[in-house]
Structure formats: structure tokens, C-alpha cells
Design a protein around this ligand. Sequence first.
Ligand SMILES: Cc1cc2nc3c(=O)[nH]c(=O)nc-3n(C[C@H](O)[C@H](O)[C@H](O)COP(=O)(O)OP(=O)(O)OC[C@H]3O[C@@H](n4cnc5c(N)ncnc54)[C@H](O)[C@@H]3O)c2cc1C
Length: 493
Amino acid sequence: MKKNIIVIGGGIGGLASAALLAKDGYQVTLIEKNSIVGGRARFLKLRDFYFDMGPSWYMMPEVFENFFKIFNKKTSNFYQLKKLKTHYRVFFEDEEIIDIYSDIKKNLETFKKYEKDGDEKLKKILQKSKFIYEKSMSQLVFSDYKNIFELIKTEILISLFKFNLFQSLHNYVKKIITNEKLQKILEYTTVFLGGSPYNTPAFYQLVTHADFNLGIYYPKGGIYQIIEALKKLCQEYKVKIITNQSVKKLFFQNKKIIAVETNKKNKYFGDIFIVNADYPFFETNLIPKEYQTYKKNYWQKKVFSPSAFLIYFGIKDELKNSDHHNLYFTEDWSKHFDNVYLTKKIPENPSFYYHIPSKTDPNMAPKNHHSVMILVPMPPGLYLNKIQSENFYKKIIKKFADLNNIKNIEEKIIVRKIFQAKDFLNDYNAYNGSAFGIAHTLFQTALFRPRNYSKKINNLFYVGHHTNPGVGMPPVLISAQIVYNLIKKYEKQ
Ligand SMILES: Cc1cc2nc3c(=O)[nH]c(=O)nc-3n(C[C@H](O)[C@H](O)[C@H](O)COP(=O)(O)OP(=O)(O)OC[C@H]3O[C@@H](n4cnc5c(N)ncnc54)[C@H](O)[C@@H]3O)c2cc1C
């Protein structure tokens, strides 16, 4: 008899693990709270403008390719990838602009222009980040941390000490690069990991390799094409996908979950359960205290990633000054990080990121228009009221208008939607409205992250950004493979 697997949550992690296990012959049912699957990677349509609600950077392409290979497929069976020639444009507060390209020679020239021997320094940094990336991919990221002794032997652990990768990324970078603009370019990717350059260890310079060496891609039609691809795999292997139902209650027998009940009072029985829903929410709200691996005070002590103030809008303008990916860095950006992690106040002069997919893909917006998403990192747990939200919106839109030389921008904005911490909480049950889950600080990395399995409930597994290997679409796809392997081991016991 085929065993039943219940997957709770239809984000990338839930869909990917459902497809992997269904391919192996399990009967899989996936239950998603929202009306469409995709989780943080959902899409939004406002009139004829399309927006990816969360992820916009398609990085580490080989992770996607390797995932689809398990199904004897390629990404090109589902979507067409375009490699971006300009990775991103950085606007600095003093009005200087730096572009980072896929052509490494151009980036070396830029570094040489701003820093004595900057080209040689960048080469050295990239060499090291390549080494760390490759060793981590082959020795670390697929680990479930059940056998810590295996880890001790790995080269990556030795290099952690050898290269002093425990220090913060900022400390590491500033010892090599003195120019503050270049420092920021080498440090901003820590936000991808839900952290800051001050609380993320230098080990994560491996993302610099992904940024500078591996390329930035765009799937035609937007990031949601990845979700469509995962959905197709699920359909091919007969995963039953249920939307608009939220799991509210669990039923136990002999240290095992036997069923879940949803808000619609439907009960689903299973042999194995995979949780893709927010880890802290699930552990502390749905699991009785005696079965919790990580109790309330565990999560209270964790460093959570920023939340985000997101503005999606359609605009009638050419936005000539901007590119596909754009970053705006203020001079006092460390103050913005302090706002996020320490004072937890609304940042006064925030740095931000904005994305214009219609620059690459005209189908994302009507002719002569663009669809734009602005992302401002915000303190988790800071829920803005209507007036605060409107004032903050005006501040950010004004800065956006300045960067793009637009007068009377409000007259050019056709549609708009704001999404903030409160929405992360309501839509995804996100702890404190955090956008990216728990941050990748030193003591929240690898074996220190919440595990992919429950230590108290034998048939319960966790997939997604809170657990290993971590935040971002590629790590979450890897997380699904870790859970798949754990379940195969569990079945053999
Ligand atoms: C604004 C933003 C920008 C980002 N940018 C990038 C980027 O450019 N590149 C990149 O690689 N990554 C990016 N990320 C990170 C990436 O999107 C996430 O790491 C990844 O999508 C998380 O997937 P997941 O499956 O772990 O979780 P989620 O996407 O959160 O999925 C969990 C699902 O569980 C559901 N759920 C919750 N509670 C219940 C319940 N009780 N019952 C049923 N279902 C439930 C939720 O509705 C949700 O659909 C970004 C994230 C955000 C928010």
C-alpha cells in the first residue's frame, strides 16, 4: 500500500518536496492556506501589470537545473532563462552610479577605478568566495546534521578557521577594500540571507561568487514560472493540491501525528507529515508543549530577518535611468541596519532595492509602461498603521522619482499596492512579520539552525527557509532534497 504524505504549506519548499516524494510513489496531499500556491514567491496582477511578490533575483542557476534533472527534465522544459548583461545598477546618495555586469573584466575595471589595486583585490576575493561556494555545495549544504562527526572532517570547516570566516562580513571586507562604495557592493547580499554585513559571518561571501561569477538570470514571464514548473511536476505525479485551507489542529497517537484538521473542519490522515508553513508558528501554535522541539523562548532568542515594506506599482514612464535590478545605498546605511536590528524604528533615510522586470520582459506591463517593485528592509514586528504606511510610501516614492528624474510621479502611477510586516503575518503566519525567516548569523547557521526534522515527533519533517540550508529559492529547493533523503532513511528504520 502506498503511504500517505501530508505537506502543510505550498511555498517552493512544500511544492518541491511534494513532487520529489510523489515521484517515488507516495500519495501526497498538499494543503495551502492562500488561494494560490507559491508562498512568498506568489504573483500579483493589478490590471495589466504583473508583479512577482517576493523573489526577483534568479541566482545559482545550477541548483534549479539539478533539481529538475531528478525528474529527467531541464529548466528549459518549463521556462526560458535570460542571462542579464547588467546584473544591477547601484545609485549612491551622492548621485554616483556604479553598474555591475556579467562581464567580469568590466567589474575589475570598476574596482580598479575606485580603489588602488582594486582589480587584484577583487580577483582575490572572488577566488576565495569560489572556493568556499564550491566546498559548501559539495560538503555542507545537503547535510541534515544528524551526524556532526562527518562535518568535522570537511575542508570547509578547516577553512573556516584558516580564513577566519567567523568574523562579520563587514570586518572581512573592510580589511581588504577601503572604498566604502565597493564595500557596500560586496556586502549588500547579506540582506538576501536575512541579515546585515554586521551580523552575517564572512563565510557567506560565497554569495559574492554567485553574484559576480555565476550570473543573474531572469525567467521569461517572471519568477512565478518556477512555481508553475513545480506545480506541473506535482500534477504529473498526482499530488493533490488543496488551496484556501489552513491547518489549524493536529491529532496524535504514540509520538506520531496521524491527521491534521483545517479551518474548514476537513480532516486529512497521513503516515508522514512535512511542514512548509512558518516553522516557529507551527511549533509554538499547533504542537502541544510536550512535543515541541523548539519552544517559545527558543524563538524569542533568535535573530529574525528584516520584514519588508514592499510597494508594487504600475507606472507610465520610460524609467530611462534604471535597469532591471537597482539598489539605492544611503551614506549612513549602517544606521538603517541599526533601525532594523537594534532600535526597531521606521528608518528615516533608508536604503532600498527596486525591480523592473518589464525592462527585460515587456509582457510584464502594458506598452510604454513599467511594473515596479520596491523593497525596503524594515524591523520585524513593526506594524505600520495606515498613516505611517502612507507617509513612508510617499517618502520612498519621492526618492524613486528623484532617482528617475520624474516630476509629478503620482500622476504617472496607474496602480499600486503596499505589502508590509502585518501582511507577512496575516498571509504567511510569518513570525513577527519577518520576510525571510531566521537570519544567517554565526549561531543560526548549519548545525545551529532549526533541524529539518522534529526531535520529538517521529513522522514530522520541516522544509523551507527557516531550516537547513536556509533562505532563498535555491537553498529551499535543496531543503526539499534534504527532507526527501530524511524520509527515505526514516522509511528504512
Ligand atoms: C520580498 C522578498 C524578496 C525575496 N527575494 C528573493 C530573491 O530575489 N531570490 C531568492 O532566491 N529568494 C528571495 N526571497 C526568499 C525566498 O522567496 C524564500 O526563501 C522562499 O520563497 C521561501 O519558501 P518556503 O517554501 O520556505 O516558504 P513560503 O514561501 O513562506 O511558503 C510557506 C507556505 O506555507 C503556507 N502556510 C502557512 N501557514 C499555513 C497553515 N497553517 N496551513 C497551510 N498553509 C500554511 C503559506 O501560506 C505559504 O504559502 C525573497 C523573499 C521575500 C519575502
